[in-house]
Design a protein. Structure first.
Length: 157
């Protein structure tokens, strides 16, 4: 389970002269999420942002559980685990800022990028050495798949 802004992106938003908001995402993070899906993992996105370009990118990777515009992430988290018959102790969550705090307190493995706010770092079981948008998602997914002997099995993703 992943946040978007500050995790899949560096947290910066580019505002064009026409008012369009754009973000940058790391292709290595995308590859890792797709590899996780192929390995049989559920990947879920819960973000306060509501950019349809983000949805299209994530859907293009094969992610089906995408919650955007999430102001109360805990409600969507509960909805997701209920619909998918998943227990909180089976979930890794990566967040970077205070809206992620309630969910991160419930999951088995709370993770964050290197540049997460101190409160999130304080409750994280693992702090990636990578910053948000610069491979932190790849870092945690790759480590999980390696520990379970599933990294490398799906490089034709």
């Amino acid at each position: 389970m992943f946040d978007v802004d500050g995790v899949l992106t560096n947290g910066m938003i580019h505002i064009s002269s026409t008012g369009e908001l754009t973000r940058l995402m790391n292709t290595k993070d995308g590859f890792a999420m797709k590899a996780a899906l192929i390995a049989g993992y559920n990947v879920c996105i819960i973000s306060g942002g509501n950019n349809e370009g983000v949805r299209k990118r994530l859907e293009g990777l094969g992610i089906k559980n995408i919650y955007l515009g999430a102001h109360a992430k805990i409600e969507l988290f509960n909805d997701y685990i209920s619909k998918n018959n998943i227990k909180p102790e089976e979930i890794l969550y990566m967040g970077d800022d205070l809206p992620d705090f309630p969910v991160m307190k419930l999951v088995a493995l709370a993770t964050c990028p290197k540049d997460a706010v101190p409160e999130i770092q304080g409750i994280s079981n693992y702090i990636s050495q990578k910053k948000g948008g610069l491979g932190c998602v790849r870092d945690v997914i790759e480590q999980v798949l390696k520990v379970q002997g599933k990294w490398g099995d799906n490089f034709n993703a």
